[in-house]
Design a protein around this ligand. Structure first.
Ligand SMILES: Nc1ncnc2c1ncn2[C@@H]1O[C@H](COP(=O)(O)OP(=O)(O)OP(=O)(O)O)[C@@H](O)[C@H]1O
Ligand SMILES: O=C(O)C1=C[C@@H](O)[C@@H](O)[C@H](O)C1
Ligand SMILES: [Mg+2]
Length: 180
């Protein structure tokens, strides 16, 4: 199999970055990192606690540090948090240090997939569906402009999403090699 670069997954809350990243890394025999989990591990507290005590800006500073550390590694698969693309410096590190894949999903799917989990402070509000819609409106252009590849997860099982990622990354890397 061709040498693959680092694979970085971006996309909104609930699109499946953590779930798919872990399975994909196992299939590729690579180390998997999840920037959200790494932030929690290093801090010794969970994301809702960080948002409560340090505010979203404190969380974003931690996120930038972790993304910088992790993206310097090689042969990894990394899932990012839904807001990792908000900062230009993060977008640049992701783009320069691997293939960036935007896992997209409809707002309806995102609402369903995030409904039971209380670990996402931005969705602890009266109308999480409206919040997800607003976040997607604001962030979709950034997901698209940061990504090398866009892959839909709607009506696809994690296994199917992984097969699509593997196929498209191979094609993408092949096309880059032809250019050089
Ligand atoms: N393709 C899929 N089809 C159905 N359910 C899925 C799919 N991918 C993920 N899920 C489910 O959706 C939920 C959210 O997935 P996950 O936590 O991986 O999202 P995420 O993108 O990492 O979100 P966050 O940005 O908040 O970390 C989980 O319960 C997971 O099992
Ligand atoms: O979309 C977001 O801004 C977030 C998504 C999660 O992955 C976490 O990084 C955190 O809850 C913020
Ligand atoms: Mg995640």
């Amino acid at each position: 199999m061709q040498e693959l670069p680092n694979i970085f997954l971006i996309g909104p809350m609930g699109t499946g970055k953590s779930t798919i990243g872990r399975l994909l890394a196992a299939e590729l025999h690579r180390v998997f990192y999840d920037s959200d989990h790494e932030i929690e591990r290093r801090c010794g507290c969970n994301i809702p606690w960080i948002f409560d005590v340090e505010g979203e800006s404190g969380f974003r500073d931690r996120e930038t540090q972790v993304i910088d550390r992790l993206t310097r590694r090689q042969d990894i698969v990394m899932a990012t948090g839904g807001g990792a693309i908000l900062r230009e410096s993060n977008r640049q590190m992701l783009r320069e240090r691997g293939v960036v894949i935007y896992l997209r999903a409809s707002v309806e799917q995102l609402v369903r997939r995030t409904a039971r989990d209380r670990n996402r402070p931005l969705l602890q509000c009266a109308d999480p569906a409206a919040k997800l819609r607003a976040l997607m409106h604001e962030r979709e252009p950034m997901y698209r402009s940061t990504a090398d590849l866009v892959i839909s997860t709607d009506r696809r099982s994690p296994r199917h999403v992984i097969a699509a990622i593997r196929r498209e990354v191979l094609q993408y890397v092949g096309s880059l090699n032809q250019e050089t």
